[in-house]
Write a protein that binds this ligand. Structure first.
Ligand code: SAM
Length: 285
């Protein structure tokens, strides 16, 4: 056992997790998407993918009993963690006792004022996300234009596929466009159910999103760009022209804009690249 383990026993194991849950009389809550990491290799893989160096500032979403948090703290990060489960602050006070760079913010990540809790300066987001709200969390983090440099998150494999999907594939959708518009995305690790307690019913993956200095494509009106994207994917089986009309755009405007953008109105929205969506939304502007 390393000297540090005497002071801070490693949380990332089945035994430690079961011991902690039992000591506090807790059961993992399905409703809150609680699947605790029990694989130290995966915790290290996430910390490495986030490129944590001494003094990095990290926002963690859902620290649970502190498993990933401990890995981040050991790597030298200052961690601010937002946790919704009211039973967990008492647990974290014990499992992360003695780590001075840890701040817990009780609350819902979709409601907290992130700039207020993170203060000035850039930060990284690192999280084993609660799967029931993965997409709203990712969209909130991306759209708010926070000072995030990297987002390294554990998500369902299927969501990882959607985040990285290319035009024309069945997984390509609004999430793919939003993630790729703001970030460069890379799948870092495939994670099997046995890495968690309880084991989820799905495979998982760690995805690293490096936030771009400027979005992947320049658009005149960002709100309109995402309105066009949502309309195009809102009715995937319709042609682009019909999907846009269904999304509230005037038929004549749609026909003209598609012609000017040199996009065949019979194509389906799911075949358009980010550049084409940008061209189209600029013509609709
Ligand atoms: N980080 C821990 C780990 O890796 O073992 C726990 C990850 S678990 C998949 C997701 C965590 O997110 C749980 O602790 C859950 O209580 C918390 N959570 C669920 N919904 C939340 C929300 N809206 N805001 C903040 N935390 C939330």
């Amino acid at each position: 056992m390393a000297a540090n383990e005497v002071i801070h026993p490693n949380i990332a194991s089945r035994e430690a997790t079961l011991r902690i849950l039992k000591a506090f009389g807790l059961h993992a809550s399905k409703r809150l998407g609680q699947n605790f990491l029990i694989d130290p290799g995966i915790v290290n893989g996430i910390v490495r993918a986030a490129g944590i160096i001494e003094g990095d500032r990290v926002l963690e979403i859902g620290p649970g009993i502190g498993t990933l948090t401990q890995g981040l703290l050991e790597a030298g990060a200052h961690v601010t963690a937002v946790e919704l489960d009211k039973k967990l602050p008492t647990v974290l006070a014990e499992t992360l006792k003695g780590y001075e760079r840890f701040t817990l913010v009780p609350g819902d990540i979709l409601k907290v004022d992130i700039p207020a809790i993170m203060g000035e300066g850039p930060f990284k987001v690192v999280a084993n996300l609660p799967y029931y709200i993965t997409t709203p969390i990712l969209m909130t983090l991306l759209e708010r234009r926070l000072s995030i440099t990297d987002m390294v998150t554990m998500v369902q494999k299927e969501v990882a596929d959607r985040m990285r999907a290319r035009p024309g594939s069945k997984d390509y959708g609004s999430l793919s466009v939003a993630v790729q518009y703001y970030t460069e995305v890379e799948k870092v690790l495939a994670v099997p159910p046995r890495s968690f307690l309880p084991a989820p019913e799905v495979d998982s993956a760690v995805v690293a999103c490096r936030v771009r200095m400027a979005p992947a494509v320049a658009v005149q009106d960002e709100k309109l760009f995402f309105r066009v994207v949502r309309a195009a994917f809102g009715q995937r089986r319709k042609t682009l022209a019909n999907a846009l009309k269904g999304g509230g755009f005037q038929p004549e405007t749609v026909v003209n804009a598609l012609a000017k953008a040199e996009i065949d109105p019979k194509r389906r929205g799911e075949t358009l690249s980010l550049e084409e969506f940008a061209r189209l939304s600029d013509e609709l502007a």
